[in-house]
Write a protein of this length. Structure first.
Length: 144
């Protein structure tokens, strides 16, 4: 399975989605590099797990691109995160270039759709909202 840009709470490596959610929940600035137009195709970890489950159930072997099939710019991701967290955070630009800004992501997920029956159940806003709720629960647990 080729998993593209997975996100979720408590991931081993912090990704831009984790950083944006944590900073927005803390009311801190969200930092963008370049013009904020780099595009990525994010996929919620619950959809990743479902893709593996489908492959196991169907006993399929092969190479499958597992992604949402939709891209979002870093600026759009920052704006969405601020909106979903109801944060007063601001978006600021670092002034440094983003070396991947001109990279355009286009992932063909048709094989996974056809052979595994995989389509994401979580849209980006729904997945982020689920994560935000989890971050809020973790914060509340720490206060107890």
């Amino acid at each position: 399975m080729r998993i593209n840009a997975p996100y979720g709470v408590n991931t081993r490596i912090k990704t831009v989605t984790n950083i944006f959610m944590e900073r927005a929940l803390a009311g801190e600035e969200l930092l963008l590099h370049g013009k904020g137009i780099r595009e990525q195709d994010f996929l919620y970890v619950k959809d990743v797990a479902r893709a593996f489950w489908l492959a196991y159930q169907k006993q399929k072997l092969g190479i499958y691109n597992i992604a949402s099939g939709k891209t979002v710019t870093m600026r759009e991701l920052a704006e969405l995160t601020i909106s979903l967290t109801c944060s007063k955070s601001r978006i600021v630009y670092s002034g440094s270039e983003d070396p991947q800004e001109k990279v355009k992501v286009s992932i063909d997920v048709s094989k996974a759709q056809k052979e595994l029956g995989f389509t994401p159940e979580f849209s980006l806003p729904d997945g982020l909202l689920d994560c935000i709720c989890e971050y809020q629960k973790l914060a509340a647990d720490r206060l107890r």
